[in-house]
Ligand binder design. Structure first.
Ligand SMILES: *Cc1c(COP(=O)(O)O)cnc(C)c1O
Length: 388
């Protein structure tokens, strides 16, 4: 997840321009006379929508608020149930709770994304939506998910925080469901410090998302902000011009980032592919972002030993297992107790996910990785496996 690897001079220039051109207006709205026609957030939204090949994009303050804004646009409210996966960043479930709805958390399969069968089994009369999460650059099984969702009249929100720029059967991730939510935080594929994006092809959903993220503002073309009507009850999840300016520059680097990651992943995976380890199942290889290589050991004990040896040789992992605590529902006691769901069962739920995740090791693939470094990592992995 490498936006931070290619962050520097161009981004600095874009920030400086805000001061040089329009006197430092960093609010995305109003100040019309002072800002000399510069609206970086709007430009970023337009560029993002174009790159994603979708009609509407709404910039927001984070990936977490993108998820909440999308759920609000979709009409999720108290008493509703929203299904999602046991393997995701904690924010997916927080966003559901923020809407007053009940998260229904289901197992993953060998793709490490939501199991379509488990999704279908979890549907109740209260279910309104599903949030598939494209984890670590690999798409969820969207054909199956869309089919089940349609038959049950459910909305689909793609959590594309870790899938920015990926595709599934030729379609850009985030554009397949009713809405897509992206994160631009410091660890993601492109970064704006903090930031997020909500996309949709549906005009009504877009208007609701735009309105919700900004106190319900109607975004009138005839009256100023102060005189605008409120369409719905909202909140403030606005993006600033600083983030917009950075986002435009980072978006311009996206295709380079993807190309390099994919090339490096191919090399590194190729160099360890003859080892008797099982790799994660990849739904659509050509659409993979290429930022992670996941493989499974036979047992949890072996995986623990493997990671200890990796650390000894100076190799790190990406979330699995180092930050599993933030990405696997089994560890979210704080939430279950505070909101009283799964509070009696979380230790025994999601055993299939636990079996997969606790045997999994995720290697980060960087944009900037010399061949010598790639082969050094591969050699170390081979050595550790031999000694296991
Ligand atoms: C990063 C992330 C989020 C939250 O994004 P922030 O911008 O950090 O709020 C949500 N879902 C997933 C899967 C993520 O990886």
């Amino acid at each position: 997840m490498p936006g931070f690897e290619v962050f520097g001079e161009e981004e600095r220039k874009a920030i400086n321009e805000i001061f040089e051109i329009n006197g430092g207006i960093i609010f995305a709205h109003s100040f019309d006379a002072m800002r000399k026609g510069v609206y970086r957030v709007r430009e970023f939204e337009a560029a993002f929508a174009k790159r994603m090949d979708i009609k509407y994009a709404q910039a927001v303050s984070s990936g977490s608020t993108a998820l909440k804004t999308a759920l609000k646009a979709l009409g999720i409210k108290r008493g509703d149930e929203v299904i999602t996966t046991a393997f995701t960043f904690v924010a997916t479930v927080e966003a559901i709770l923020e809407c007053g709805a009940r998260p229904v958390i289901v197992d993953i399969n060998e793709t490490l994304n939501i199991s379509p069968e488990c999704f279908e089994d979890a549907i109740s009369s209260k279910t309104r939506a599903v949030i598939p999460v494209h984890m670590m650059g690999v798409s969820a099984q969207m054909d199956e998910i869309m089919y089940i969702a349609k038959r049950n009249n459910l909305k689909v929100l793609e959590d594309t925080a870790q899938g920015l720029g990926g595709t599934y059967k030729g379609r850009t991730l985030g554009t397949i469901g009713d809405m897509g939510a992206f994160s631009l935080d410091a660890g993601k594929t492109i970064i704006t410090g903090e930031g997020g994006m909500v996309i949709t092809s549906d005009q009504d959903l877009y208007i609701r998302a735009r309105s919700y993220h900004d106190h319900g503002h109607e975004y009138s073309s005839t009256v100023g902000r102060g005189a605008e009507a409120a369409l719905i009850t909202g909140f403030n999840y606005r993006m600033t011009e600083l983030q917009g300016a950075i986002g435009i520059v980072q978006l311009g680097k996206l295709d380079m980032i993807l190309a390099r990651q994919r090339e490096n992943k191919k090399k590194l995976k190729g160099a360890i592919s003859d080892l008797p380890i099982k790799f994660r199942t990849i739904t659509d290889e050509s659409g993979d972002l290429g930022d992670t290589i996941v493989f499974f050991l036979d047992t949890r004990e072996q995986a623990a030993k493997f990671v200890t040896k990796m650390a000894e040789l100076g190799l790190g992992t990406k979330n699995l297992p180092d930050a599993i605590r933030w990405h696997f529902a089994k560890h979210w006691k704080h939430m279950f107790e505070e909101y009283n769901f799964y509070s009696d069962s979380y230790q025994i739920e999601w055993s299939k996910s636990a079996d997969l995740l606790e045997r999994a090791i995720a290697l980060p693939v960087m944009v900037k990785m010399e061949d010598s470094r790639i082969f050094e990592i591969a050699d170390k992995i081979r050595k550790i496996h031999k000694e296991l």
